[in-house]
Write a protein that binds this ligand. Sequence first.
Ligand code: ATP
Ligand code: MG
Length: 321
Amino acid sequence: MQVDIELLKEFERGLDPAHPETSRIPARVLGYGEISTIFEIQTESTKNLACKRMPIFKTKEEIAQYEILYTDYNELLSKELGINIPEWGFASFISEAGNIIAFDIQRKLNSESIGNRAIHTLNTEGVRTLFMLVLRELTRVWEFNLANPDRALGIDGQISNWAIDGFDASRPQLSAGSRLLYFDTSTPLMKKNGLERLDPELFLRSAPSFLVWLIRWLFLEGVMTRYYDARLVTIDLIANFYKEQRPELVPGLVQAANEFYAAEGASLGIKPITEKEVKAYYKEDAMIWVLFLAFRRFDRWLHRYILRKPYIYILPGYIKR
Ligand SMILES: Nc1ncnc2c1ncn2[C@@H]1O[C@H](COP(=O)(O)OP(=O)(O)OP(=O)(O)O)[C@@H](O)[C@H]1O
Ligand SMILES: [Mg+2]
């Protein structure tokens, strides 16, 4: 996918990370990632794109390496595993302010078709079908990993990372034949010769410097490795329904997952999941991210009022959990 790099540079020039909505080139935030912000930049050539801005790179070498991983990950998912992903592209440059900026580009998907929105328009049966379709797509990853442990890949199966192709929210319907798209490809977790290719330190960049040691020690290991673990990814996916304010669906989804792993996914050998486990996992996970965000806000405050240095990251507002 081709992108107009001059336009992205122009966008970057007029962007105020504290108020992205009021940039010189108008833009709308489509979503916030832990390390990225996803924009719809409102010009003729970009209005149908989702532009994921990643301000975390320090050198050209790092960005070149990331581009290779991002490309490999997209190709592995779509060509070898047969998981559908939206059309994609990549752009990077050095901004006027001297920051190295990368944009992962994707075709913009209809926001109502994205999992965390769709679960509010679908009925219980529809949500269950969506959930089963996600488990089926994820199984492609686990089977690939079993067959190719040396070049295994990690995936973030969260409901907010999938979109239902051709979904119409005014007639919310899903069938076993509906097609899903996976779009959270900005964290290309992949192994080569059994070793992680993605530098975990990149994830620490947006963390406050005074916390890096703590985060490294506390949970980097856990956060990276859980994306390779079929059972944990499934628990994480179910736990999303607490975050997305549909806790009443959790018991049914636990049951559905256990049925799936006893039948279609039996070869994966996943031991049954309990609701208690999902709840405990959610509590811990929510706490980690709430704390992390609170510290980042504090860091932003430090930059503004004490250090008087620019703060380049864009932080989400209040998140209901
Ligand atoms: N191609 C797209 N079209 C429309 N909306 C998108 C697209 N990509 C991302 N979004 C929106 O932005 C949100 C976050 O995107 P994404 O899942 O890629 O980031 P993330 O999970 O927070 O990633 P990371 O932690 O890797 O930075 C999505 O849930 C979705 O609402
Ligand atoms: Mg995501």
